[in-house]
Write a protein that binds this ligand. Structure first.
Ligand code: CUA
Length: 316
């Protein structure tokens, strides 16, 4: 069949499901447009001036008709809502055990860090058939991470993390776009997602494929880079492992829920760690003094992500 390039390729597990919802909505809209136009046309002709149609006893109400046009659209509406919401929830919730890859958007490029320590720009290498979760932020304005072939699009915002996930189903290269106008070079802010067979991906991670892309001889994992930073910045002098320090121990804390001074509880996720580094006194853990200085001007977005990877590596 010759290809009609209106729709991008379906290259992720959700692509077919997203398209099915889209086609169903398109079909339903088409059906109702057809019904409305056909009946309009029918009545225009039937009651045109000079026609012999019966105008003597007009119908003002018909309960059966009203029930039909209330009940059928009600079920159609609820049905498509349930269906689409179900697809949406699956797109929003990354499955357990997904590979976590960190993305920073800036004017005008995408910077990607793999947990194994590799970085790339405007390219994202991923293995086939494995869920991949992206943890994203921007270091300047709002961008939007968009891969049409995967049917995913997520805003990338300064000052917070957003996530999205996908599982690629076909090896190949797929366009990656910025889908939020972010300045003069916005249209050039794109790249490729490269989906590889799992063994090829391992080889790529090890630097055996495209070695010119500056894989150091022994790349340090993001967690190891974060650990080095943790010491450089002196975090380790207060966050002692045994909990006897000025700040709480971070061992086994990621993913836990803690009580704050204010009495509220908060779950220790990426967002909380980020905030604790930049605005440490905003949400202080109960039992500790608000004495930590802000590291706002000392760590970049990439380094924050490395610190987060390190804290994650301490278990949960
Ligand atoms: Cu970044 Cu548009």
């Amino acid at each position: 069949m010759p290809e009609l390039p209106i729709f991008p390729e379906q290259a992720s597990t959700v692509a077919g499901r997203v398209d099915a919802v889209f086609y169903a909505l398109l079909g339903l809209s088409g059906l109702f447009i057809g019904l409305i136009f056909a009946s309009a046309l029918y009545f225009i002709i039937k009651y045109r001036r000079g026609s012999g149609a019966d105008r003597v006893s007009p119908v003002f109400a018909d309960l059966r008709l009203e029930l039909i046009w209330i009940v059928i659209p009600l079920f159609l509406g609820l049905g498509t809502f349930t269906w689409a919401a179900n697809v949406y929830f699956d797109i929003r919730r990354p499955p357990e055990g997904a590979i976590e890859i960190y993305v920073v958007g800036k004017q005008w490029m995408w910077k990607v860090q793999h947990p194994e320590g590799l970085s790339e720009i405007n390219e994202l290498h991923v293995p086939l058939g494995r869920p991949v979760k992206l943890i994203m932020t921007s270091q300047d304005v709002i961008h939007s991470f968009f891969v049409p072939a995967f049917r995913i699009k997520m805003d990338v915002l300064p000052g917070r993390y957003t996530t999205t996930w996908f599982e690629a189903t076909k090896p190949g290269e797929y366009h990656l776009f910025c889908a939020e106008y972010c300045g003069t070079q916005h249209s050039g802010m794109g790249g490729q997602v490269i989906v590889m067979e799992p063994d090829q991906y391992q080889a790529w991670l090890a630097g055996e494929i495209t070695p010119e892309r500056a894989t150091p001889a022994s790349p340090r994992s993001m967690g190891a880079m974060g650990e080095a930073l943790f010491q450089e910045l002196g975090c380790n002098s207060c966050h002692l492992a045994d909990g006897s320090g000025v700040g709480p121990s971070l061992i086994g804390q990621f993913g836990q829920t803690v009580r704050l001074q204010s009495g509220e509880t908060v779950s220790i996720d990426e967002e909380y760690v980020r905030q604790s580094v930049l605005e440490p006194n905003a949400q202080v853990v109960a039992g500790y003094e608000p004495v930590m200085p802000s590291f706002r001007d000392q760590v970049s977005e990439e380094e924050l992500m490395q610190l987060i990877a390190y804290i994650k590596s301490l278990g949960n």
